[in-house]
Design a protein around this ligand. Structure first.
Ligand code: NAI
Length: 506
């Protein structure tokens, strides 16, 4: 392993990396071109550790030992006898390349040079070096001590032993190392593109408002934050730039197409929390949420009829309607008065109504990906009678569980967002960007999703996910954005688990 670690750049990331390794028992030197930056970083780290002492999680003696392991370096040459140098300076290719060339002139032949870049190519940074095989990506997340993932990025010419040593070091410090080849966005920033990008697409088609999308994704699949809250927290300028960069670097693959609406909002300065207004407004740092629409009042005059559905789900929906005082018909065909409820996967309501020859003026769709006890999602279509929409809404909300009514969409909101996350995860596996054993853990740790892509697929059923993607692609005229990953399709067709690796890989 490494015994002397030099860190260049004492900003938010550099100081966090220093604290992580000093806590793990390593000797660390910290250097920055801005003289005061190192002292500020060391003070910041001491104050943080002090808080752990106050909470009883660290002894005062351990604090002093950890702090003593973090030393300032006034000049770059003081790092000459380190066996690992990690740079966390500004995100500019020419600055990082020049730094690595200078470092190569100072250090021994076997010193490893690692970059914390989040968006530049490790291979390109290394291309300026005499010995590119000693260069790797070591991409941490902010705040470093708390975010327990690090991507260990293999440039085209990185020596495998360098990756192994960085993996061992990361594990020693209690971080989960996700090894990944040098591809756009690496693993996490690539996998993270489906959530917000698909949410933007939903809003751009007028299917639901940003607040509705957030509520549906929090209460259905169980995301801690909706995608639009997340845009507001990160800053739309930052998120949109990442979306554009990944899209550009994959040569405009439509899976990653960002939203023109987001570009306009960035131009307008609607960046989120930091500008006081984004998708939400903020007062004194508090997010202001709109009141949810009131449940329509009146008597539920019409009976309900449920399309073909699994008997267990039928029983659960019947129980909901019973509790709400609505009547469910039993026949195979709806009566002339019945409000028809269909439960499509991937298809939009219009298409399903035509296929099933149902009366369009009284048919709505219900999303089986919604949590029946937390928030139910109904979908209207252009021919629906508004008075019947109100009755349906009342019949699903009368027990106090909120109901969200959205416009017609292949895959409602949750189905299409979850299916997009699974599909992108499968593409990442197909391209060898992550091993099946790494993918979910990395995403749960770095993005805080309630489940990784493979666990989501397991939860909702891989066949349902494939149906949703195929349905979406058909509804959008074969749009390649929604083409199912061959990784997913093959494993569903062959009825093997989604984490089954390809022979000879990983
Ligand atoms: P920062 O702006 O907080 O700190 C950068 C530090 O580098 C500054 O103190 C600056 O004085 C110093 N610096 C600039 N040029 C230098 C040079 N040539 N030699 C020595 N020091 C130099 O930036 P932050 O956020 O810590 O980011 C650093 C790197 O980490 C960037 O490459 C960034 O993309 C990457 N990163 C940032 C994350 C974040 O959430 N902030 C997450 C993951 C990676």
């Amino acid at each position: 392993m490494f015994s002397r670690i030099g860190i260049i750049g004492a900003g938010a990331m550099g100081r966090g990396i220093a604290q992580l390794f000093a806590t793990a028992g390593q000797q660390v030197w910290l250097y920055d071109t801005r003289g005061e930056a190192v002292a500020e970083a060391l003070k910041f780290n001491r104050d943080l550790l002090q808080r752990s002492v106050a909470k009883g999680r660290l002894t005062p003696a351990a604090l002093e030992q950890t702090v003593a392991r973090m030393q300032p370096a006034a000049e770059l040459k003081e790092l000459a006898d380190c066996d690992l140098l990690i740079e966390a300076v500004v995100e500019r290719l020419e600055v990082k390349q020049a730094l690595f060339v200078e470092l190569e002139g100072l250090v021994g032949e076997d010193t490893v040079l690692a970059t914390n870049t989040s968006s530049l190519s490790v291979t390109q940074i290394a291309s300026a070096c005499r010995r590119p095989e000693r260069v790797a990506g070591f991409h941490f997340f902010n705040p470093v001590p708390l975010m327990k993932l690090v991507e260990v990025v293999r440039g085209e010419r990185t020596d495998p032993s360098v990756i192994e040593r960085l993996v061992t070091l990361a594990e020693h410090a209690g971080h989960f190392p996700a090894t990944t080849p040098d591809t756009p966005g690496f693993l996490v920033n690539h996998a993270g593109r489906a959530y917000g990008t698909e949410a933007q697409r939903i809003v751009s088609e007028g299917i639901a408002t940003p607040e509705q999308v957030d509520r549906i994704l929090r209460d259905g699949p169980g995301f801690k934050m909706g995608p639009f809250e997340l845009f507001d927290l990160t800053g739309l300028d930052i998120s949109h730039a990442v979306m554009e960069s990944v899209h550009d670097q994959f040569y405009y693959d439509p899976r990653y197409t960002p939203s023109y609406l987001a570009a306009q909002r960035v131009a307008a300065g609607l960046l989120g929390r930091k500008s006081g207004q984004g998708y939400y407004r903020y007062e004194n740092g508090q997010q202001l949420r709109s009141l949810e629409p009131a449940v329509p009042q009146g008597t539920i005059e019409r009976p309900f009829w449920l399309g073909n559905i699994d008997p267990q789900l039928r029983a659960r929906l019947r129980a909901v309607l019973d509790r709400c005082g609505a009547v469910l018909e039993e026949g195979d065909e709806p009566s002339d008065r019945a409000i028809c409820i269909i439960t499509p996967f991937g298809e939009d309501a219009s298409q399903a109504i035509e296929r099933l020859a149902l009366p369009a003026d009284r048919t709505l769709a219900y999303d089986l990906f919604s949590d029946f006890d937390k928030r139910r999602v109904l979908m209207r279509q252009p021919a629906l009678e508004p008075a019947l929409e109100a009755q349906a809404c009342q019949a699903f909300a009368a027990d106090g569980v909120p109901v969200e009514v959205i416009n017609d969409s292949p895959g409602f909101v949750s189905q299409r967002v979850v299916a997009s996350i699974v599909n992108l995860g499968c593409e990442i596996l197909q391209k060898g960007i992550a091993a099946p054993t790494t993918l979910d853990r990395a995403i749960e740790l770095a993005l805080g999703y309630p489940k990784g892509p493979l666990a989501f697929a397991q939860h909702y059923g891989p066949l349902n996910i494939l149906d949703i993607l195929q349905g979406m692609q058909a509804c959008y005229g074969g749009e390649p954005r929604y083409r199912p990953s061959p990784w997913l399709r093959r494993r569903v067709q062959l009825a093997v688990p989604l984490d089954t690796p390809d022979a000879g890989r990983h």
